[in-house]
Design a protein around this ligand. Structure first.
Ligand code: DC
Length: 222
């Protein structure tokens, strides 16, 4: 039987990592784990319950209430205290709050075992900011996707419009820059490529082409 790998895909927002990870996981019948969704779920619930970003204890409790049903068909869902919040968290506002909350060490510590347990049998494509550096340092194949900020902003903007949202390209770009700054400068598990990652600049490259390059690398690593 072929070894079931742990494949990590890290990178900033709009780098194409979600699309690539999702397509890849589906093609090779692996589980897809979007860890940004976990931070977004905590941000959403904290906002709903009026929990301050300084309240470590309350944030940790929220993390304890997270559940990821594993029997999904590729489209990952996340529950907090039994409520499926997956469809409420994909806004720019929640992305920004998730970026702030993800700098809280208590939150990162609390979400670590959950992420590791999802990958304990391998057969997983997992995306985020610290998958290859902190969560799965011994992953079999690691990718780091990046792209020019203007292109990332354009992709994000188009996604928001497609989902029926009201978006402004300049605002989206400024939001990305703020998040990039925060995600790369925080003290705990900052966004950066693992030393042994394959770095791919997706600027101007069709997503199918990125999937092909990633797929070839995995084939070579098996
Ligand atoms: O990938 P995303 O845009 O859904 O992530 C939202 C925020 O969550 C991101 O700005 C930083 C944080 N995050 C993180 O710190 N570590 C991860 N592994 C995934 C996301």
């Amino acid at each position: 039987m072929k070894k079931r790998l742990i494949i990590t895909v890290d990178g900033p927002a709009g780098s194409g990592k979600s699309t690539v990870s999702r397509i890849l996981a589906e093609r090779i019948s692996y589980m897809y784990l979007d860890t940004g969704l976990l931070y977004r779920a905590i941000a959403y619930k904290a906002m709903q319950r009026g929990i301050s970003i300084a309240d470590d204890e309350a944030l940790r409790e929220l993390c304890d209430g997270i559940n990821i049903p594993l029997e999904t068909d590729g489209d990952m869902r996340v529950l907090v205290d039994g409520e499926d919040v997956s469809d409420n968290v994909r806004t720019e506002e929640i992305g920004m709050l998730a970026s702030s909350i993800s700098a809280v060490s208590a939150v990162r510590d609390a979400l670590l075992p959950l992420q590791r347990s999802a990958g304990k049998h391998g057969g997983i494509v997992t995306e985020g900011r610290d998958m290859g550096t902190v969560v799965f340092p011994n992953a079999d194949v690691k990718f780091f996707l990046d792209a020019d900020v203007d292109e990332r902003a354009r992709r994000r903007y188009e996604q928001l419009v497609e989902n029926g949202g009201n978006a402004n390209l300049d605002e989206v770009k400024r939001g990305l820059e703020t998040r990039d700054y925060r995600d790369t400068r925080r003290a705990t598990a900052p966004l950066k490529p693992a030393d042994d990652s394959v770095i791919i600049d997706t600027t101007g490259i069709d997503i199918e082409e990125v999937v092909r390059v990633v797929g070839d690398r995995i084939g070579a690593g098996r």
